[in-house]
Design a protein around this ligand. Structure first.
Ligand SMILES: NC(=O)c1ccc[n+]([C@@H]2O[C@H](COP(=O)([O-])OP(=O)(O)OC[C@H]3O[C@@H](n4cnc5c(N)ncnc54)[C@H](OP(=O)(O)O)[C@@H]3O)[C@@H](O)[C@H]2O)c1
Length: 354
């Protein structure tokens, strides 16, 4: 599998990273731990040697499953996890209400205070059964804590050797700038934004900022949670504890519209490369300027093995452009058109430059 440097961090990351949210079960209708461990093992075996997880994915469960899967193989895999969501006390900024693993109601807070991120890293190290985290990321901005204070705490953990690199997630360009400045000599390794063929908002300011500042990106939900594999037909139903049952992109009408573009434009390209639709969607994503790698979720070894090949597929410039323009013309119900937003943004910036 091809590797790229993550910003100026020195970490060499595979272009397809395994996302471990779904294997935590929460918001994904539960999960099968034995199958999840096999998926993680398959990823390590085939060179997809980086796993992205977070404490909030199953309230510790995803990290525990990852910890079991990497036992005895820690040196063959890089572990990326996060700080910033807390469900055990009420300090910080209220984020959302949800249901815990035992069916109990939970209130989750954004909390990136220095003591909280230090405690979270210690808890993650225990769940992952390791002595170091390769990349620690602030999951989402906590508006009640200065970014500089969080970064100082993470810099201390970096100096202590507990984290090898520091990144952030869901930050806008102004927050990224603040984080980078606060870290001083330690490079801000990465940003983790949402980005896919149907969610291209990051093209407006985040990816350009990362390119200018040599900060890497790990983009998430590149398959739009399975929709871009072509396997989510209008008939497929999701249980109430799978968040896709109420996501705006997953309405039956939106599924039909996405499937129509996939069949018309992406299928002929996939056929030419003996590839699947999902592999083409992954290959398109990691070929975009500013994208270091795509974090792709998988629940079983079959999905892992299919997704790995997306990282090895090279699409021509004409294929990349054809896929982009087909999705730019796609209008999904209840969502803004990112293609249109990007065009308005480029037009405004070019007028300002004149
Ligand atoms: N920083 C953040 O705020 C944030 C937010 C979201 C995600 N993330 C990270 O990014 C990772 C990936 O994002 P994501 O999991 O939301 O979405 P994704 O990677 O776009 O989609 C993953 C889902 O698609 C389906 N899938 C995957 N491979 C497939 C294949 N080959 N064939 C058919 N279906 C396939 C699986 O669901 P089914 O089998 O159930 O259909 C899988 O759980 C997460 O695991 C997490 O690590 C971070």
């Amino acid at each position: 599998m091809q590797h790229r440097e993550l910003g100026r961090s020195g970490l060499q990351v595979p272009t397809v990273v395994l996302g471990a949210w779904a294997i935590g079960g929460w918001q994904w209708g539960g999960s099968d731990d034995a199958q999840a461990e096999r998926a993680l093992q398959a990823a390590i075996d085939c060179g997809m040697d980086a796993i992205d997880t977070a404490p909030v994915y199953g309230f510790g469960h995803s990290e525990q499953v990852v910890g079991r899967a990497i036992a005895g193989r820690r040196d063959r895999v890089q572990i990326f996890t996060k700080v910033g969501f807390n469900w055990t006390d009420t300090r910080g900024e209220f984020a959302f209400e949800t249901i815990g693993n035992a069916g109990q109601p939970l209130r989750v807070y954004r909390n990136s205070r220095p003591w909280a991120v230090v405690r979270e890293v210690e808890d993650s190290l225990k769940r992952l059964k390791t002595d170091r985290i390769d990349l620690i990321q602030v999951h989402r901005r906590d508006a009640t804590t200065r970014i500089a204070d969080t970064m100082q705490a993470l810099a201390n953990l970096h100096r202590a050797g507990k984290v090898r690199a520091i990144g952030v997630s869901n930050f806008d360009a102004a927050m990224l700038q603040e984080a980078k400045q606060a870290l001083g000599d330690i490079p801000l390794a990465s940003e983790q934004p949402k980005y896919s063929l149907v969610a291209r908002e990051a093209e407006r300011a985040i990816l350009p900022w990362c390119i200018r500042n040599q900060v890497g990106t790990l983009v998430y939900s590149p398959l739009e949670q399975g929709l871009l594999t072509g396997k989510v037909t209008p008939e497929r139903s999701f249980p109430a504890n799978d968040a896709r049952h109420k996501r705006p992109t997953f309405t039956p009408e939106n599924r039909r519209r996405v499937l129509e573009v996939l069949e018309r434009t992406v299928q002929p390209i996939a056929d030419r490369h003996s590839a699947t639709l999902g592999q083409v969607a992954i290959a398109w994503t990691i070929a975009q300027p500013g994208v270091t790698c795509a974090i792709v979720g998988a629940r079983n070894p079959e999905q892992v093995l299919e997704n790995v090949r997306g990282g090895e597929l090279a699409l021509s410039a004409a294929e990349l452009a054809g896929i982009r323009s087909a999705f730019e013309a796609l209008k999904l119900e209840g969502l803004a058109r990112p293609g249109l937003l990007s065009r308005i943004f480029s037009r405004l910036t070019s007028i300002r430059r004149r």
